[in-house]
Design a protein around this ligand. Sequence first.
Ligand SMILES: C[S@@+](CC[C@H](N)C(=O)[O-])C[C@H]1O[C@@H](n2cnc3c(N)ncnc32)[C@H](O)[C@@H]1O
Ligand SMILES: *[C@@H]1O[C@H](CO)[C@@H](O)[C@H](O)[C@H]1NC(C)=O
Length: 260
Amino acid sequence: MPFFSITKEMAIGTAVLGVAFATGVLAGKKYPFLAFGIPRSSKTLLGKGGPLWQYILDHSLREHPVLKKLRLLTLDHPWSRMMVSCDQAQLMANLAKLIKAKKAIEIGVFTGYNTLNMALVLPDDGKVIACDINEDYVSIGKPLWKEAGVEHKIDLRIKPAIQTLDELLADGEAGTYDFAFIDADKQSYNEYYEKCLRLVRKGGIIAIDNVLWHGKVLKPSKNDMETQSLHHLNEKIFRDVRVNISMLPMGDGVTLAFKL
Ligand SMILES: C[S@@+](CC[C@H](N)C(=O)[O-])C[C@H]1O[C@@H](n2cnc3c(N)ncnc32)[C@H](O)[C@@H]1O
Ligand SMILES: *[C@@H]1O[C@H](CO)[C@@H](O)[C@H](O)[C@H]1NC(C)=O
């Protein structure tokens, strides 16, 4: 869905939020929003497309002009809602900088918004291994990687991501990556996570997208394998002593796992 326009679904979400806010204020709550949890018809705690989310973007998004161009270009695509949330991408870039990342892995490229975002903060000899199976999606954004002058940092691998990760492991690259972003087919998340844990160095970060899955993780139905997969991984990572974690209500929910 378009990022800066409010769809009908979102408008309802915002209305629900408004009621929740008013009720919260009446009840004398300091943080009325949080007291009401995830609003109905809304993807995130703050309601993507809602006024506070817009405020966050207006006061924190510092988007590289070519990234912005790529985002706007992607909005014309029927599957534009697959694109990573721009505020979340900015956080990941800040984290990558903070840990002085040189090598990153992108699992699920789509039109390449976050691939470009990462490439922009890596040093000139840095590398993003960009994994996707759909060359058509990637070809939409690829010219902009060149326009931004970072194409040489992007190593695109068009094949199932599991295969690419296995190749990296077979090449002896375990423990050499700084950052990984898992954002492809949900049923393979556990495998992606395990392989990334081996590829990432101590102190490296694995970001896992869609961990709240539009709220469906609250009530995972038995035959919804995507929700089951995400929910099981959330439960596993919660107990995983190999990482320190934060689960953030940003975008569709993102877990940051810091390898110990
Ligand atoms: C949510 S989108 C990725 C969004 C992207 N991270 C961004 O910055 O906007 C998911 C992508 O995963 C890709 N994908 C699906 N199954 C895959 C697989 N087995 N291996 C690699 N990529 C896959 C899809 O083609 C799609 O482009
Ligand atoms: C991980 O978290 C624990 C406590 O939650 C903390 O003591 C430890 O220092 C953390 N490790 C790192 C490497 O940040």
